[in-house]
Design a protein around this ligand. Structure first.
Ligand code: PEP
Ligand code: MN
Length: 349
């Protein structure tokens, strides 16, 4: 459980193959992970594939391989469950943790069915973010499990599908979504899944570090003894040896601390924010005056020419101050919209 202000020595590590393919592959992966502090050995046994005809997992048979991992390597084991029959089979084989996949979290009926089936089971439950970036839907999944009696549900951030294809990520992280989840539920443990975010193995390390820099408590990383030969998600899996390298490189940061310099600069920042709010208030006054004039002149509230000019000049000014033009544009879109709304109220009178 994530506590505000606590400092965790070592992040939670969940590792193992995307899919359990054969008994040998599963045991070989587990053997390779022996020197790492793996909290749960993960493996998908029922695989949600986008198109039919791809490898859909080895099914219940693979649960026996996981039972063997548990017995031989003393590693707790985790699988994805998508319906009540999966839950029943997993619990019967002594699986220690289950996660709800991104394609299931979008469906409250399915999540409720899983919560009912899991009720009272001695397992760790985890909920991946839904495939749409809706923090309420993600929280809703967590709450359904909490209502079924799970007091410590973990959230797994695996990014959001990249419609349009312009992103370097398989599932762009949209960090604002897990940041908002944390703001609303600081008590929920956050695990990052850099494998599904990146889609390629050389992106895993930097995404993992970014998640730790943001204060995530753990990482779920897909691991395969021969990644290129994997039957699912070949491009994004790493060998256990590579995972060990990544793990050694990661820097874990403190969640909070008392520091005089930090406090001083934060005080200055508060003063700047107060000034920004004061200026926004002045801007709103001017905008209302313009609204009155537009009313008398019979002008529309929205003036596209003027808005184009504002966007152009503000993004030029932003560059002079080493600010990102796209961020300043986004900020002014909000400011301008608020201005137009004020003027619409005046014109509407
Ligand atoms: C997985 O973890 O292998 C998986 C299918 O993940 P997701 O639900 O995030 O696509
Ligand atoms: Mn996968």
């Amino acid at each position: 459980m994530a506590e505000e202000g606590s400092f965790k020595e070592s992040p939670i590590l969940i590792a193992g193959p995307c899919s359990a393919e054969t008994r040998e592959q599963v045991l070989q992966t587990a053997a390779g992970l022996a020197s790492l502090p793996v909290r749960y050995f993960r493996a998908g046994v029922w695989k949600p594939r986008t198109r039919p005809g791809a490898f859909e997992g080895a099914g219940v048979l693979a649960l026996d391989w996981l039972a063997e991992v548990k017995a031989t390597y003393h590693l707790p084991v985790a699988v994805e469950v998508a319906d009540a029959t999966h839950v029943e089979a997993a619990l019967w084989r002594g699986i220690d943790a289950v996660w709800i996949g991104a394609r299931t979290t979008v469906n409250p009926f399915a999540v409720q069915q899983l919560a009912d089936a899991l009720k009272g089971a001695p397992v760790q439950v985890m909920v991946k973010n839904p495939v749409i970036p809706d923090v309420d839907l993600w929280l809703g999944g967590i709450e359904r499990l909490e209502r079924a009696g799970f007091a410590d549900v973990w959230a797994i951030h695996r990014g959001f599908p990249n419609y349009g294809g312009a992103s370097p990520y398989r599932n762009p992280p949209s960090w604002a979504v897990p940041i908002e989840l944390r703001r609303r539920r600081p008590d929920v443990t956050l695990i990052c899944d850099p494998s599904h975010i990146s889609g390629v193995r050389n992106g895993i390390e930097s995404i993992s570090q970014k998640a730790l820099n943001l204060g995530f408590e753990g990482l779920m990383i897909e691991t395969h003894p021969d990644p290129d030969a994997a039957l699912s998600d070949a491009a994004q899996q790493v060998t256990p040896a590579r995972l060990e390298d990544i793990w050694k490189q990661l820097v874990v940061r403190q969640r909070s601390c008392k520091d005089e310099n930090l406090e001083t600069i934060r005080g200055q920042l508060d003063a700047v924010d107060a000034e920004i709010i004061h200026l926004l208030g002045r801007r709103a006054d001017l905008s209302r005056q313009i609204g009155e004039l537009k009313k008398n002149l019979g002008l529309t509230a929205y003036q596209p020419e003027r808005w184009r000019e504002i966007l152009k000049t503000r993004s030029e000014w932003a560059q002079k101050h080493q600010l990102e033009p796209e961020e300043i544009t986004a900020l002014f879109q909000l400011i301008h919209l608020s201005s137009v709304k004020k003027q619409l109220r005046i014109l509407g009178r």
